[in-house]
Design a protein around this ligand. Structure first.
Ligand SMILES: Nc1ncnc2c1ncn2[C@@H]1O[C@H](COP(=O)(O)OP(=O)(O)OP(=O)(O)O)[C@@H](O)[C@H]1O
Ligand SMILES: [Mg+2]
Length: 250
């Protein structure tokens, strides 16, 4: 479980986050949604320590991560897997080398053990045998899956995923969502997904927070979101004519 308490983040005179508190549950897909520029990525980066919050605290289980120095954070950092908005694979490394990168950095495993783990992770994301390909030889969906394989290579307790569906066709998007959902439930991971994809919200949104004007404007599940009377959330969720038409059937 991750708890964030009263998180503020200001860049210059831009108050992006203005007092966000939330709990992200273990074994659940916790979604952060909101319009472009609403601060989703900023919040994610504040949680994992890529940004320091201007104010507020982040707790991993009972431990105050924000209060810790670099060294003290290492044990928690090694339990964090992250998939960035653009997959962020190393172009000069093969698929296998990309997945083994965190293991090389943080473990004392032998080459054979690391290879075993890389193969297991590749199999888990349905890319068995693609070890020797370079990122440039992969489709967008394959890159995301390699990114996920790398994110789970260290058997993380916490998984952070920023826009897993950006640039993917709807069918591949659903496969990626299903994979994230399966891993979350199978390994009891506390997963935090940033998205503005409504299919993901409806498909895997166990717990959802909606950011608007720097605040947590709404919180609930995918079952509740369709029936909310929150105006700004409705404007966001049912922005497209298709979703408006679908709403009448929900
Ligand atoms: N490193 C930074 N320095 C200055 N301003 C930043 C920085 N990172 C983000 N911002 C600002 O914070 C605001 C929120 O950006 P953020 O990337 O968190 O939005 P987002 O909700 O993830 O948007 P998107 O859906 O487009 O990815 C924007 O106004 C952006 O300009
Ligand atoms: Mg973003």
């Amino acid at each position: 479980m991750i708890e964030i308490k009263d998180i503020y983040k200001t860049f210059g005179d831009n108050d992006v986050l203005k007092g966000i508190s939330a709990t992200f549950q273990t074994g659940k897909n916790n979604l952060i949604i909101g319009g472009s520029g609403s601060g989703k990525t900023t919040l994610l980066k504040c949680i994992v320590g890529l940004h320091e919050p201007t104010k507020g605290d982040v707790f991993f289980e009972e431990e105050n991560f924000t209060d810790m120095d670099f060294e003290q954070r290492v044990p928690i950092r090694t339990q964090i897997g992250m998939l960035f908005q653009n997959s962020a694979l190393f172009d000069s490394m093969t698929v296998e080398e990309n997945i083994m990168f965190p293991l090389n950095l943080f473990t004392k495993q032998t080459k054979a053990e690391k290879l075993d783990r890389a193969n297991f992770c590749l199999e888990r994301v349905n890319l068995a045998g693609k070890n020797k390909l370079f990122p440039a030889e992969l489709s967008g969906g394959m890159k995301k899956r390699v990114g996920i394989a790398r994110a789970i290579s260290m058997q993380p307790k916490y998984l952070f995923v920023d826009e897993p569906n950006s640039g993917l066709d709807p069918k591949t998007s659903i496969l990626i969502d299903e994979l994230i959902d399966e891993l979350t439930k199978e390994y009891e991971i506390t997963t935090v997904v940033v998205t503005h994809d409504m299919n993901s919200v409806m498909g895997i949104g166990d717990n959802i927070i909606f950011l608007h004007q720097g605040q947590k404007w709404w919180e609930g599940s995918n079952k509740e979101i369709a029936h909310t009377d929150n105006k700004e959330l409705n404007d966001f969720v049912f922005a497209s004519k298709f979703m408006q038409a679908a709403k009448s059937k929900l």
